[in-house]
Design a binder for this molecule. Structure first.
Ligand SMILES: [Zn+2]
Length: 128
């Protein structure tokens, strides 16, 4: 169900989505629908539909959640997590909780560890 209207109102969230997006929960690892998902396109915020990540930056980290090396510039905010240790990432537009970003790992780039439930995949448009 893909809503492409340009209204500023946010999408209605299910209870499961609210638990993560509003209450900053974490979906169980290896269960998210985008964990093993490699189509070309963009990942938008589940709530406000702002594009956050490109499939070009998605990589297989083995951590159990969709992982991206980089966000679309300016679309994701970083802040110190409530645990005081991790770095929380949120949608810069609506503040939706996305997951956490980990830096200084052996990949040579950051690892954005994102809950599948916080994002929605939009396939790349094929120009004919
Ligand atoms: Zn958002």
């Amino acid at each position: 169900m893909l809503m492409t209207n340009k209204k500023t109102e946010y999408a209605k969230l299910t209870k499961e989505e609210e638990d993560v997006i509003i209450n900053k929960g974490t979906e169980p690892p290896f269960t998210g629908k985008y964990y093993h998902f490699w189509k070309k396109g963009a990942y938008v915020c589940k709530r406000c539909k702002t594009p956050l990540y490109s499939s070009n930056t998605k990589f297989d980290s083995g951590c159990g959640w969709p992982s991206f090396s980089n966000e679309i510039s300016g679309r994701v905010n970083r802040s110190v997590d409530a645990d005081g240790v991790r770095t929380e990432i949120t949608c810069a537009t609506c503040g939706a909780h996305l997951g956490h970003v980990f830096t200084g790992e052996s990949y040579g780039h950051d690892r954005h560890c994102v809950n599948s439930i916080s994002i929605e995949f939009i396939p790349e448009k094929k120009n004919k």
